[in-house]
Design a binder for this molecule. Structure first.
Ligand code: AVI
Length: 295
């Protein structure tokens, strides 16, 4: 019989294998789910992306957030980071553990599951301020983003707050550079997804036959990351029981980052059971922090 830790990791492998199989065999555009970009290597590469001069998003987010620390100095605050990546969770707890008057209780769970755990454990007089930062909402398709906010609203009580960080549209040139930096860190982040499938599912992706590509989709107003095959090739993913052929120049779509207009956020809030009580825009990098109140 498998030990609990082993059976958990087998379940993880089979869910990963099933998702890889389903998304790579979709009719038309092949895909891979962006959540699998964040294994230990991917999370470290993402941390590096966040300090790249071309990727202004995280610094803009942080600049707008600086006042939060001052807020927590006035009263005892509990911070419950929710993360599926254990390494990102550990880094967060270490970094924020230094702030006075803030106690940290991490939850290694998918976001809504973690939020439900926190909400169920709250005291009668406690208020929740949910932080959904870094324009993570932009990694959902627009309809899925609305669904996510509605689900979040259903977990909250009237008067609870949500601070939502969203990246704004800017020149196409700047947006493309942010997702295709000259040092190649974003390329490595994207290619690591294939390397992860090789490591964990025994696949034989030849990384030298793929190129990172960032595209601006004007209709959907989003950056798309793709991996382009530089030749006709066959790939085998044993754990997913999958063998498939990629044509030269065929791509695998790995991530979308939707960009917003500032006025879209109050509309999005109204559609999903919130009202937008405040909006702050960074001066250096078009990015907004939005305070939404559960109505
Ligand atoms: C996590 N997320 C908001 C990032 C983004 O900008 O969409 C992920 C990322 N992908 C490439 N660079 C950064």
């Amino acid at each position: 019989m498998a030990t609990p830790a082993l059976s958990l990791s087998l379940r993880h492998v089979s869910a990963f294998a099933a998702d890889v199989r389903e998304s790579l065999t979709k009719p038309g555009q092949r895909e891979l789910p962006s959540k699998y970009l964040y294994d230990e290597v991917g999370s470290a590469l993402f941390e590096t992306i966040c300090v790249l001069p071309e990727y202004g998003l995280t610094r803009a987010d942080a600049r707008l957030l600086e006042k939060l620390e001052a807020l927590s100095r006035r009263q005892k605050t509990y911070y419950y980071p929710i993360e599926i990546s254990p390494s990102a969770l550990a880094a967060l707890s270490k970094e924020l553990g230094q702030i006075d008057m803030v106690s940290i209780v991490g939850h290694e769970q998918p976001y809504l599951e973690g939020l439900r755990t926190v909400a169920e454990g709250r005291g009668e007089r406690d208020h929740l301020l949910v932080l959904f930062l870094g324009s993570t909402i932009g990694n959902f398709d627009r309809d899925a983003g609305d669904t996510f906010l509605r689900e979040m609203r259903a977990i909250l009580q009237t008067g609870d707050a949500l601070l939502l960080g969203t990246d704004l549209e800017k020149s196409i040139e700047l947006q493309l550079l942010a997702y295709d930096d000259p040092a190649g860190v974003t390329a490595a982040f994207n290619l690591n997804l294939l390397a992860r499938i090789n490591r964990e599912l025994g696949a034989d992706f030849d990384l030298s036959c793929f190129r990172h590509q960032a595209r601006w989709n004007r209709v959907e107003r989003r950056i798309e990351m793709h991996l382009r095959s530089t030749c006709r090739q066959t790939v085998h993913v044993p754990a997913a029981n999958l063998r498939f052929m990629l044509e030269e120049d065929e791509t695998i779509w790995t991530e979308s980052s939707h960009k917003y207009r500032a006025e879209e956020i109050p509309e999005m809030a109204a559609r999903t059971g919130f009202r937008c009580d405040g909006q702050w825009i960074d001066r250096e990098w078009p990015f907004t922090q939005n305070l939404l109140i559960a109505g």
